[in-house]
Ligand binder design. Sequence first.
Ligand code: GLC
Length: 605
Amino acid sequence: MSQNVLRRRRLQISNPAEMSTPRKQKFCEKGICLFVILVAVVAGIVAVCVVTLTDKNLRQRVPSPPRLEWWKTTIIYQIYPRSFQDSNGDGTGDLKGVTKRLDYLQELGVGTLWLSPFYMSPMRDFGYDVQNYTQVDPLFGTMDDFDVLMKEAKKRGLRVLVDFVPNHTSNESSWFNNSRHSIGKYRDYYIWDDGVNCSTCPDTNFKMPPNDWKSAFRGSAWTYDDNRKQFYYHAYLDSQPDLNASNPDVRQELKNVLRFWLEKGVDGFRGDAIRKLFEFEDVHRNENGVLNLTRNLPGVYPVMREWKHFLDKYSHGKGQEKILIAESYGITNEMRDAYYEVDSIPFNFAFVQKLNPSCKARCIKQIIETSLDGLKEEWWPNFVLGSHDVSRIASRMGDSFVNVLNILLLTVPGTPTTYYGEEIGMKDTFYTYSESRDPAGLNYKEDYLKYSRDPGRSPMQWDSSTNAGFSNGTPWLHVNLNYPVLNVEEQLSKETSTLNIYKSLAKLRQLPSFTNKNIIFSTVNDDIISYVRSESGHPKYLVVLNVGSRDSVVDCRGPPLGVSSAQVVLAAGSSLLGISSYRMGDIADLQAIRLKYAEGVIFKI
Ligand code: GLC
């Protein structure tokens, strides 16, 4: 008799519709019908009580994690629009190009896009010198292109943050033009000073800057303006005069900028150069290289509060919260806390600033601990690995380490920020001096390689076609020569590629065990760092990363886990060689977790 027939027979026999009537009759005939019903009712009541109690206990034991605000469970993906995707063949990426790649971003699993400036600008600092905050520079497209981008992003459930540049404008903005001519309220929109007489010059009436403050891009931070016969202050280029944030009119002007983009439906802002918003009032004091008169002055916080309050007017309930992130290099935990106190989010650049090839397992552990140390219950951490201002991870830490560092970024508590191209492990690109475009490098002439940010801004590598699929024209910076082998298309087809590992991580980190602030370190030796992420009532996850320069072995059976084996849910080899000795689904012995250098594994317990 075939299996199917057997199954059917069994099904027939257990079909209650076919057998209920004769049986019932038989029981009742024996006079026990009433008794059976009684027993059934009592049993039912008892069962309901037991289930309810157990369920209640269960619910008490397993608190479901509170529903978190959207920005706590998302990944922020930074797009430098010039370098992401060109749609019209002019060699510069644009808004239509971003829209074209939204499906890719959705599949990647990043929930939020942060767009670096695409506003009207003379492009001396590639858009961070804004001429008009509420217009799209034709190089990037039109306002209609932005509206389409927003609509298409929303359709895919993607959030959009835009850059907000309140510290300075372009010297070609109408505000600055009015200020240089001392017109009305614009007179005090910037920081002006008469300067001092040069006592050692042949002409002692010759004017010198009022102090020794330096521009981040070399030289004095003061430039003399012939119209106004005064110096103006600029923390960056002389074509980026600093706004006077103490002036309420300026702050109102900037609020209008926020309003404009909020009404366009953006989900928040990344505030540029926030730590430089204020300078010491007495401009006749020198810094003597200490940089304590031009950075992180306490005036920053009330202004952030003012802007965040303004954003809150547009936060219409759960899921609609608007966020304000601060670019905040070199801050202490005290300053970090001050940003949180005013309800803004200070970017945590600890990985950017402290990760280097000699910062191994214990050093990374310390970075994480310091970053989380002292955070109040309601303050949510974040980690950043790269940006348009620094060298790429593959170049900073070595080609092999992209996978382990992406695992680290996406499995530590808090919101991660990924710079475009890091999901495939793009490398810095070499540019000769004449090919270079970044003023920060060009100003340093023969030393340009030390300061140029161009290497980390090369065009996104989509495929192996001409210019890596970035542009049909001549790219503003040429693509990295490694693009025929290192590109999105190639990596999509390989299961163990850096890109596919990133995608798996993006999914994994949605689990409740990762969307909280719990982290307990397991074994950490010279090379390997391991930690446990957990949420009560959910599986625990053990993350083990070899960030050292040799193969190593650790025993993770002890606390906090106390188990001897676990299942592999993600395994990544060195991003250069690709293969891990662990395979997904394997049950592994935790007594001796052997990892080759730059290998990372996540176990489920
Ligand atoms: C920020 C930006 C950087 C820019 C500078 C001046 O630090 O990240 O790219 O050059 O501000 O706007």
